[in-house]
Write a protein that binds this ligand. Sequence first.
Ligand SMILES: [Zn+2]
Length: 142
Amino acid sequence: MRRSDISGLNWSEKECLRLLYDKGSMKPGELARALKLSPSTITELLQKLANKGLVLYERYRGAKLSEGGEKIAKKIVKKHRILEVLFVNLGLANDEACLEASKIDYLVSENLIECIYKKLNYPTKCPCGKRIPLSLSSSYDE
Ligand SMILES: [Zn+2]
């Protein structure tokens, strides 16, 4: 189960998973605009994620997360939102906190995130009101 861990992903791959987690499914063009990447880069990216078994992708219908991709995306989103709460607590504006969190969310360890989570007294929502997924390591949340 450690086969496709977050650590094996690069920045655009993880942003892609994070977006798909938020939006459900997206067309390649929508992803390209959101990530400011060219359509051909997005196609390559989606193919790579599909090969890793994280994304279900059909050229014209678009992409969505596989079950495995959903698990990994949930971890990323949890890290992202906890970092956002932290950064807003430190004085950043919401959008700045989001931007900074998206730079590093996939790089920080689960251990560090759990420490921050505890220190913040287990917030349930990010600064803009999105729900923080419960557990990082177990599969029985939700
Ligand atoms: Zn954000």
